[in-house]
Design a binder for this molecule. Structure first.
Ligand SMILES: Cc1cc2nc3c(=O)[nH]c(=O)nc-3n(C[C@H](O)[C@H](O)[C@H](O)COP(=O)(O)O)c2cc1C
Length: 538
């Protein structure tokens, strides 16, 4: 499938400072200048917004004066929600007005990546992320204590963490990987890296370092651009450089600077970098924190220890927490778009399915429910599309295909399709092949080694020519919209799914004639026709 032309704008967002200006100008930034406790106050406020404010009205929160429960004051601000307080905010950070622009630009970036560039040696000393450098004794004196990493679920969280892109390289080939993984803070220079064994940094780089009897150099990058966050959260094949995708998406190469203590390069405009060596010989329990299905995950799950060798940051650095857990959360917002963009690319541009859109709703953590919107009237095999989507996205549980008149962002529209376009025995299949990961519904089966977790494929498209949708014809609705919009005392319209009807092949000329008589006000003419068709009661 060829690329549609996405909006070609080169991103104006070089770093989070640029983004804050844009957000403030658009009324999407809420500053707090009073002292805010990172351990008990900041995240409950942010959560309150997620629970209690409609998505379109949510704002990024900047806590400018951060204190800790033990009385400490922080020199760094806390910037919450800059990646995913809402889907709108994420799109602003990506420089895209429309969701479909993101899908198109990701597809193009995968096809035509732009290699990142090292900044010139004479400019490296002034790289923003190296304005302040802590190594050696200086590092050991304060280290990670300087970071206002917040307690996310006070009363239940057993850890504080970074949930940011981690850069590693293959110790033998030098292939770079950038993956968003958690790292749990345990001491001034000790963390525990929560990289799943199926993910690239662990499966490839850590495994190779272990075989060689070495520790693995790691750079955790705090305060990257939303583009880099999106790319490092995307399950692209091993060997694809996520920073090259970020460069292509933004229309310019990502600028890198060499790390101070490890042989890696990091984005020069980030807020902060934590450099370190990931042990391949010592593991430490991870402990309880909120996981993407929306429950506290208390599994101890031993993970590799990370020994911090340097912390570098901007002079007035901001720490960016990345809330995970009960939906909605920043993580689910980012993961939802990352999963959708990647699957869209694979299904539309690689496999050639006539897909219009892919959505992973927040309530399914942006991961478990996959909605596929398909061009109508095409002769594609929907079961093949559903199975291909399931094969490509192994962590998904529900795969639902709908026609292109269904609004994927509107659950009532999706439920309508599920209600009246599905004959269960024909259109629903339960198939094997799921990687169930952290799904708590699978926990009771954990010891059953023979069990293969299943997923559900639902074809909720129309299989024959339906009667017209029961709505007015377009010309009457357009007139209604114009009248509505002329008033100043009514709320703005947000029209998603079907909003007018269209004749379908089952709608005959006789049907059209009757409807026209009614619109003309001549109901008695209709009555004369039906009178001629009267029948006796049998
Ligand atoms: C905010 C956020 C946090 C994440 N944390 C983790 C994590 O701690 N461990 C993990 O294995 N995957 C985590 N993921 C998922 C991975 O980032 C994602 O699957 C990505 O594709 C992995 O990159 P890779 O394919 O290069 O390994 C997280 C995703 C997001 C958006």
């Amino acid at each position: 499938m060829p690329f549609a032309t996405p909006s070609e704008a080169t991103s104006q967002v070089h770093d989070l400072r640029d983004l804050l200006d844009v957000l403030e100008a658009r009324g999407k930034l809420l500053r707090f200048d009073e002292a805010m406790c990172k351990d008990t106050e900041a995240m409950p406020l942010f959560r309150l917004q997620l629970c209690g404010v409609p998505e379109a009205e949510r704002r990024v929160m900047l806590f400018e004066h951060v204190v800790g429960a033990a009385g400490q004051r922080y020199g760094m601000a806390l910037l919450a929600g800059v990646y995913g307080a809402s889907a709108d905010i994420l799109r602003i950070g990506l420089g895209c007005e429309q969701r479909t622009d993101v899908l198109q630009r990701v597809a193009r970036a995968i096809a035509e990546p732009v290699t990142p560039e090292l900044i010139r040696p004479e400019l490296r000393a002034s790289a923003p992320v190296h304005e302040v450098v802590h190594t050696g004794r200086d590092l050991h004196a304060v280290g990670l204590d300087a970071l206002p990493a917040p307690v996310e679920e006070p009363g239940f969280s057993q850890i504080i963490r970074t949930g940011m892109p981690m850069i590693t390289k293959d110790p033998e080939t030098g292939v770079r990987n950038v993956g968003t993984y958690n790292a749990f803070i345990r001491d001034r220079t000790r963390m525990v890296a929560g990289i799943s064994e199926v993910h690239d940094a662990r499966r490839h780089h850590w495994a190779t370092a272990r075989r060689r009897g070495e520790d693995l150099p790691v750079a955790i990058v705090v305060g990257v651009t939303p583009t880099t966050m999106l790319m490092s959260s995307m399950g692209v094949p091993y060997g694809v450089d996520e920073l090259a995708l970020a460069g292509a998406f933004d229309g310019r190469a990502v600028e890198l600077v060499p790390c101070k203590t490890v042989p890696l390069e990091v984005p020069a405009n980030a807020e902060m970098v934590i450099e370190g060596l990931l042990s391949t010989s010592v593991l430490e329990p991870r402990l309880g924190f909120s996981e993407y299905p929306g429950y506290i995950n208390v599994a101890e799950d031993p993970q590799p220890v990370l020994h911090v060798t340097a912390i570098t940051h901007r002079a007035d650095a901001m720490f960016t927490p990345m809330l995970v857990g009960f939906p909605p959360s920043d993580t689910n917002t980012v993961w939802s778009l990352a999963n959708a963009a990647h699957l869209y690319h694979q299904l539309r541009h690689v496999a050639g399915f006539p897909l219009v859109d892919v959505e992973f709703p927040q309530a399914g953590a942006g991961n478990d429910i996959c909605l596929l919107r398909v061009e109508r009237d095409t002769a594609i095999d929907i079961v093949e599309l559903l199975q291909s989507a399931a094969d490509l996205h192994r962590m998904g549980k529900w795969f639902i295909a709908v026609d292109d008149d269904v609004d994927l962002a509107d659950w009532s529209s999706v439920c309508w399709a599920l209600s009246y376009r599905v004959a269960p025995e024909r259109d629903i299949r339960v198939v094997e092949g799921r990687v169930a990961a952290l799904d708590p519904a699978e926990l009771p089966f954990a010891g059953d080694l023979g069990r293969r977790p299943t997923r559900v494929l639902i074809d909720a498209t129309m299989k024959h020519a339906y009667a017209p949708v029961a709505l007015p014809a377009k010309r009457y609705m357009v007139a209604a919209i114009e009248r509505w919009n002329r008033r100043s005392d009514v709320p703005p319209l947000r029209i998603g799914g079907p909003w007018h009807s269209t004749a379908t092949p089952s709608w005959s000329a006789a049907d059209e004639h009757l409807a026209q008589l009614i619109v003309d006000g001549d109901y008695r003419a209709v009555g004369r026709i039906t009178a001629g068709r009267q029948t006796p009661v049998e």
